[in-house]
Write a protein that binds this ligand. Structure first.
Ligand SMILES: [Fe+2]
Length: 313
């Protein structure tokens, strides 16, 4: 077990992953190198740009008052509404001046250790492709709209930007402990589906999975069904999650500083040693240590969720 205690300090180059560390068996396309970066961004045609514009317009009908202020400010700072799929080079220039991050094009899925490595170096890997009219409402794989519209505005917030880098720096250690699922739960309940209480009683969404689609924005912020619980990193990393439906439970932060400190001050070695291989808590659970903001009715989930056609109430 000597490898477990090795410090992961050198983030300038990709690590050698020991043979006993699980990595998803992805086949690297011939045209990308070890960093999995596409040589250049896809060239989008006018239909692609029109899809981006329509998705953008649809989100702007539901986001004001429900999206975190930092997200709305990020959209403005990066001028993401200028029309058409943004050029990653221009985007990176603007973002670089604000927080030192860049946006880099990758094929749809990249290996975990490569993903962590890019984050640790303040590079956000974004999918190249954009959905079609046929998959306008729901796609399983994240496309450029999810990745750029959903994730990149938050990278203009200096504290959230630091959190994302720290998340990347935590990744290799989680892999060495075989606790990737637990670290994945933290990403899920913060970066993808996080809520923030900006003022007492004023809950907004900052997670990209919420902000890049029209239904979950309203549901996550306003519906009676889901639980809303204050974030506790230890608890979240023991909590299961669903990937193809609205969440039964959301975790709420009161500031990005709190999220950052809860994460960087965590002794992950100790935490990983204490975790079992599976999750301890179901995604519907409310437990004794929870500071509950709203206890949900769970009506949507109990009716059977998306597959049953239940209303997101
Ligand atoms: Fe995402």
């Amino acid at each position: 077990m000597a490898t477990v205690a090795e410090p992961e300090q050198d983030f300038t180059r990709l690590p050698e992953m020991p043979a006993d560390v699980f990595t998803a068996p992805l086949k690297r396309p011939a045209h990308v190198g070890e960093d999995w970066l596409e040589p250049k961004q896809t060239e989008y045609d006018s239909d692609d740009d029109a899809i981006w514009n329509d998705l953008f317009a649809r989100q702007m009908e539901v986001l004001p008052g429900r999206a975190a202020s930092a997200f709305m400010e990020g959209l403005d700072k990066l001028d993401l509404g200028q029309g058409g799929v943004p050029d990653f080079g221009e985007l990176s220039e603007g973002l670089g001046k604000l927080t030192g991050w860049s946006v880099v094009p990758v094929p749809m899925l990249i290996p975990d250790h490569v993903f962590f490595w890019h984050l640790a170096n303040r590079r956000f890997p974004a999918g190249n492709f954009i959905r079609t009219r046929e998959t306008f409402d729901y796609i399983q794989e994240p496309d450029v709209f999810h990745d750029v519209f959903g994730h990149v505005p938050m990278l203009t917030d200096p504290v959230f930007a630091d959190y994302m880098q720290e998340y990347g720096r935590a990744g290799w250690k989680a892999m060495r402990y075989n606790r990737l699922k637990s670290l994945g739960a933290l990403y899920w309940y913060t970066v993808e589906f996080g809520l923030i209480e900006e003022q007492p009683g004023d809950i907004r969404a900052y997670g990209a999975g919420i902000l890049s689609g029209p239904t979950e924005v309203v549901y996550a912020v306003e519906a009676d069904s889901p639980n809303r619980i204050m974030l506790n990193v230890d608890r979240v990393m023991r909590t299961d999650y669903v990937i193809s439906d609205l969440q039964p439970t959301y975790f709420v932060i009161d500031s990005f500083e709190d999220l950052y400190h809860q994460t960087v001050e965590r002794d992950f070695d100790k935490l990983y040693k204490s975790l079992g291989a599976g999750f301890t808590y179901a995604n519907t659970a409310v437990i004794d240590v929870d500071y509950v903001v709203n206890r949900g009715t769970l009506e949507y989930t109990l009716r059977g969720g998306r597959g049953s056609g239940a209303a997101p109430v």
